[in-house]
Design a protein around this ligand. Structure first.
Ligand code: SAH
Length: 362
């Protein structure tokens, strides 16, 4: 049993809330053996911070998983090239536009096109697809999440009208990165991509899975340091979940507690950041999405893909994509939000820098 002076955790939370200060040692304490009351204090501080900034409004994104064909072989991911059991699909532009049409009717004003690194959805194809969406829905934002591309490709997509890009760094620790990825992939390239995206003016999202094999509090601290340097507009975190067809089939799922505490820490460090309560969190726990919002998340991304196909975008086992996780489940989602005093926003939900912060940059 570690001796801890009374009020130490509360002091850490107070300093974090007041001016975004968090020392390495304090982070370790927050993620460790704290009492349920202390944990609630952390969640409360984070949701007060979101409520002050976003007024209990949750931004909506329609997620369209455009292909599960991938040239990469990441050890954790169910759609890795080496998973021979995966039933592969690739959406056509017309199918994607039909999903956007449906989404627009349902009130979605951001479309997120996510996929494996599918060589046949090449630059001209992506460019034309983005341009077609922007032309039909000029008031909507287009977010891409198509993995690592050249700076030139990112530039083309941006010119075609893409506003945002999601590319989780997965881990900022080179050794850990090697545990998660095959030798042909590199952390340097991932980081180069993120720098390019920022420089090209994308609202850029990064992030990591929580509880991936080999992750420790030290590697998570490295992730926070990386995020501090990159200054992303969005941060996607969710628990790592096992997929049976990967080399990590025998590993354990990530923890709910760590995911929720990290959401709170990120919210308090970056009051303006767009922070989703992810599908992985809902998959891990039936109340995951609600708990995520109550820990400071302010974005949800229901699935807007084609029923019958979206199940095949199986990054991990038992991925949810029906009910509240589906675009058609909007009413259900709204009811759930209502229960905890939140409403869905119908705006594009762009990143806006607001918060007067006394954060000191070291
Ligand atoms: N090809 C794109 C999209 C990848 S899928 C890219 O490279 O960015 C989106 C995210 O899902 C990944 O970045 C990863 O963090 C997450 N993911 C993949 N496998 C997962 C698993 N088994 N459990 C939880 N999250 C996973």
């Amino acid at each position: 049993m570690i001796f801890r002076e009374d009020g130490k955790i509360r002091d850490i939370i107070r300093r974090l809330s007041a001016c975004g200060e968090l020392k390495r040692q304090d982070f370790f304490l927050l993620m460790g053996d704290i009492s349920p009351e202390e944990e609630q204090t952390l969640f409360q501080a984070a949701r007060a911070c979101s409520a002050e900034r976003f007024g209990r409004k949750i931004y909506l994104r329609g997620l369209i998983e455009i292909s599960n064909i991938c040239k990469n072989n990441c050890y954790y991911c169910g759609i890795r090239r080496g998973n021979k059991e995966a039933e592969r699909y690739r959406m056509s532009r017309e199918e994607i536009l039909a999903c956007c049409c449906n989404g627009y009717r349902l009130g979605f004003r951001t479309f997120v096109l996510q996929g494996g690194e599918d060589p046949l959805q090449d630059d001209p194809w992506v460019e034309d697809t983005v341009a077609a969406i922007r032309e039909r829905y000029p008031g909507c934002a287009v977010t891409l999440s198509l993995g690592e591309k050249s700076r030139e490709s990112y530039k083309r997509f941006r010119r075609a009208g893409a506003d945002r890009y999601l590319l989780r760094h997965e881990t900022a620790d080179p050794r850990h990165y090697r545990q998660l990825h095959p030798p042909e992939m590199s952390l340097e390239n991932r980081m180069r991509c993120l720098r390019d995206l920022k420089e090209l003016g994308y609202q850029t999202g990064t992030g990591m899975m929580i509880g991936s094999p080999g992750q420790t509090l030290e590697t998570l601290w490295e992730d926070l340091e990386f995020i501090r340097r990159l200054r992303p507009e969005m941060i996607g975190i969710g628990p790592y979940l096992v997929h049976h067809g990967t080399p990590f089939a025998d590993q354990k799922n990530g923890s709910l507690t760590w995911t929720l505490r990290l959401l709170s820490v990120l919210r308090l460090l970056y009051p303006d950041v767009l922070l989703p309560a992810t599908t992985a969190l809902s998959t891990l726990h039936p109340e995951g999405r609600k708990l995520g919002i109550l820990a400071g998340a302010n974005v949800v991304m229901p699935n807007l893909g084609m029923p019958g196909q979206r199940e095949k975008y199986e990054l991990y086992d038992h991925k949810l994509c029906a009910g509240q996780e589906a675009a058609e489940g909007r009413k259900e989602l709204e009811n759930m939000m209502g229960q905890i005093g939140y409403t869905l926003s119908e705006s594009r939900g762009d990143f806006q820098e607001h918060s007067p912060r006394c954060r000191k940059e070291e």
